[in-house]
Unconditional design. Structure first.
Ligand SMILES: Cc1cc2nc3c(=O)[nH]c(=O)nc-3n(C[C@H](O)[C@H](O)[C@H](O)COP(=O)(O)O)c2cc1C
Length: 167
């Protein structure tokens, strides 16, 4: 899929149809994500992949968006590796780029996903459930699957509102 079309047509998908995400799709999503830019190329992202239903239910209990999490055949819990981190702000931005690469690849493959941030209210609990050491900090959970809805597009601020100066 052409890049600008993919960016423009991606939506947050919160309901999923039956069926797993193929191994090939999971690999392609992670493969694209890891080509994100990062400061000093430190690649501070790490991922826990969750397909197991019981595990997904445990993670779902950590957020008010539990129905999204429990209904998603694939969860990607994205962590910041604090041991390779050199600048917290920059490293968090790099993880954001990693996540966006993942979301765009999901969409380009005809799948759907949503970036979940509210779950960070219980980030240590999620980390423990996923048996990830304390040096990794949860940044987001991506819930993904075959789309079970076609979400409306959400409005964006017009360009002239976001460009502060143009010299
Ligand atoms: C940092 C961040 C955190 C988000 N957290 C949540 C969340 O906890 N629950 C949720 O349903 N959507 C969450 N979203 C998705 C946004 O609601 C969504 O991207 C926004 O409304 C625009 O809609 P669109 O992605 O369909 O264009 C989050 C998105 C970002 C970037």
């Amino acid at each position: 899929m052409e890049t600008e079309k993919c960016i423009r047509e991606r939506r947050s998908v919160r309901r999923y149809a039956e069926g797993r995400v193929s191994e090939e799709d999971v690999r392609a999503i992670l493969e694209a994500a890891r080509w994100a830019p990062s400061g000093l190329n430190n690649q501070p992202w790490r991922v826990a992949v969750v397909e197991d239903r019981d595990k997904a239910e445990e993670v779902a209990a950590c957020t008010k968006y539990s129905s999204i999490v429990a209904g998603a055949p694939l969860l990607l819990a994205v962590f910041l590796d604090r041991e390779v981190s050199y600048d917290r702000d920059k490293d968090i931005m790099a993880v954001g780029a990693f996540i966006q690469n993942a979301l765009l690849t999901v969409h380009s493959r005809g799948l759907g996903a949503v970036w979940l941030g509210e779950i960070l209210n219980q980030k240590d609990r999620v980390r423990e459930i996923l048996r990830v050491p304390e040096s990794y900090e949860l940044m987001a959970v991506i819930a993904a699957g075959r789309p079970g809805e076609e979400p409306e597009e959400k409005p964006r601020r017009p360009l002239d509102e976001l460009v502060l100066q143009h010299f």
